[in-house]
Design a protein around this ligand. Structure first.
Ligand SMILES: [Zn+2]
Length: 106
């Protein structure tokens, strides 16, 4: 499954792995082949992505957070935005995403 981690959301959703309705922490990804947004419950995300350990999944989540941060920085620069505010905002967003996955046990 070729996906990019978007973030953890607190939403009501149907887990796309087990099809159960869940309220709470959703691991949200973008399917890189179809562009679709997919959500898994916290218990299913690891299984759905085929990771045998939390540490392997954690590595993938961190790598995707870094890749998103880099591409957002590049986009801002390309748009001529070199401001400290933007750089601070993107750094905070990155840090929040990392804090969220740590809180979720990854
Ligand atoms: Zn599930």
């Amino acid at each position: 499954m070729n996906v990019m981690f978007i973030g953890i959301e607190e939403v009501e959703m149907v887990c796309q792995f087990c099809n159960k309705k869940e309220i709470g922490r959703a691991f949200t990804f973008r399917d890189l082949e179809t562009g679709d947004i997919i959500r898994f419950g916290s218990q299913c995300a690891k299984k759905a992505l085929g990771f045998s350990t939390s540490s392997k999944m954690g590595k993938k989540l961190r790598a995707d957070i870094e890749a998103t941060f880099q591409s957002e920085c590049n986009e801002a620069r390309k748009a001529g935005d070199f401001s400290k505010e933007t750089s601070k905002r993107l750094s905070e967003k990155r840090q929040n995403a990392i804090d969220n996955i740590i809180r979720a046990g990854f």
